[in-house]
Structure formats: structure tokens, C-alpha cells
Design a protein around this ligand. Structure first.
Ligand SMILES: [Zn+2]
Length: 91
């Protein structure tokens, strides 16, 4: 079964989890998590691939090294934006 996935989206979500695990002072509610990913993804190129379930991890690992620095830069900016204007208080 083939799937269309945005590798960038998966890598950003993984990196958000890593950052939140290490930095306990950043709000990790579901709204802030998604806001972080959304802001970062708007500043990163989409990277769609057609792959099978078993190949997904391999494709991600191959591309992760290449985009790691870009993803961390985008998320660092996203952290500034989201922490200045958190949406979680309106829920
Ligand atoms: Zn929050």
C-alpha cells in the first residue's frame, strides 16, 4: 500500500517532541505543540514522497541529517512566536 507523506512534517513533529522533552519551561499542551509545528512548517519547504509503510522510517532517516539544522532554526523562531502569543489561554 503506497502512502503520500510530507517527510518534513514528520521530522518537525519529532523535533518538537525532542525539544519539549528537554526544555521543561516550554508549554507542551496540544495547542502549543501544533502551533510550533505549524509556524515552523510554514517556513520550511514541504518534502512529499510516495512510499510504503515499511519504507517511511528509512526515508525519514535519510532526509533527517540533511534538514536537521533548518528544522531546528525554524523551530527556534517558532518558539519565539508561540511563546509571545500563546493560543492556549483562549481555549
Ligand atoms: Zn500551551
Amino acid at each position: 500500500m503506497f502512502r503520500l507523506i510530507n517527510v518534513m512534517e514528520i521530522m518537525v513533529n519529532e523535533t518538537v517532541d525532542e525539544i519539549l522533552r528537554v526544555n521543561k519551561d516550554i508549554c507542551s499542551c496540544s495547542r502549543c505543540r501544533l502551533d510550533l509545528a505549524a509556524v515552523a512548517l510554514n517556513n520550511l519547504p514541504a518534502n512529499y514522497v510516495v512510499t510504503t509503510e515499511g519504507e517511511v522510517i528509512k526515508r525519514i532517516n535519510a532526509l533527517k541529517q540533511q534538514f536537521k539544522v533548518d528544522i531546528i532554526c525554524a523551530l527556534t523562531e517558532a518558539l519565539t512566536v508561540v511563546s509571545k502569543h500563546p493560543h492556549h489561554t483562549y481555549l
